[in-house]
Design a protein around this ligand. Structure first.
Ligand SMILES: Nc1ncnc2c1ncn2[C@@H]1O[C@H](COP(=O)(O)OP(=O)(O)O)[C@@H](O)[C@H]1O
Ligand SMILES: [Mg+2]
Length: 228
């Protein structure tokens, strides 16, 4: 199985080389934990490898990606940005019959083969819709993107308990960011959830965010296992 780099060496190390190419992953963590930053690392790595990369944003602010990148002085001009205003989209017939994302990505992929996509974030969908509809929408979206063979997708989300086993089935794994309490105060921590077709390191490792982005300390362990 081909593995691709996340763009963060410590995380690649925990993942024994990186993410399996062509699979879908969920990235969870509270606001400010670094999900969008990880997304940028991941897409910038794609640019280095001459890949087509796409950042799909459901955020209100179109400049979100650029604002985030500006924090780290990163050049993101090669990253294609697609901003979706869900309020407008929700009025369309495609959205009402659950085909919106399927149609959108089939049009996009007809033009170009994307190797990496970051979807930021699922939270907006669940905020704007009753539970069951939101789940159906997300499930369809995940299945649509998992049918793209050479495209690796990161879905970013705020919480990690929302997904039932059916939704999990369309995902190959989860990367979880936490803020943990330690004797020294609050510490950033990252762990790998389920990884399908791959070994899983259950240990929780510390990471920090600096002007260069995320640094994961794969050689340090905060907890052997997290019970959630
Ligand atoms: N130059 C920097 N140095 C240190 N920390 C930074 C820097 N730029 C941003 N951060 C921190 O990175 C985090 C941003 O994470 P972000 O990727 O936006 O999180 P999420 O998408 O999970 O909400 C914030 O906690 C912010 O304080
Ligand atoms: Mg974010």
């Amino acid at each position: 199985m081909d593995k691709i780099s996340t763009g963060i060496s410590g995380l690649d190390h925990i993942l024994k080389g990186g993410l399996i190419s062509g699979r879908n992953y969920l990235i969870t963590g509270p606001p400010g934990s670094g999900k969008s930053t990880l997304g940028l690392h991941f897409l910038r790595q794609g640019l280095k490898d001459d890949e087509n990369v796409l950042f799909v944003s459901l955020c209100e602010i179109e400049e979100d990606l650029k604002d985030n990148a500006a924090l780290y002085n990163w050049d993101v001009s090669g990253i294609e940005l697609l901003c979706i205003d869900l309020i407008d989209v929700m009025e369309t017939p495609e959205y009402k019959n659950f085909r919106y994302f399927e149609n959108l990505f089939s049009v996009l992929f007809a033009k170009k083969n994307y190797h990496r996509i970051v979807f930021d974030s699922l939270k907006k969908i669940t905020l704007m819709e009753p539970k069951i509809e939101a789940r159906r929408r997300i499930l369809r979206l995940m299945s649509t993107l998992s049918s793209q063979k050479d495209c690796t997708v990161l879905f970013l989300d705020d919480v990690n308990k929302r997904f039932n086993s059916i939704q999990m089935y369309t995902l190959s794994g989860i990367i979880r960011f936490y803020f943990t309490r330690t004797p020294g105060g609050r510490e950033r921590a990252v762990g790998i959830g389920k990884m399908r077709g791959d070994f899983t390191d259950e240990r929780i490792h510390p990471y920090k965010i600096t002007k260069d982005g995320i640094e994961v300390f794969s050689d340090k362990v905060l907890f052997e296992k997290l019970n959630i």
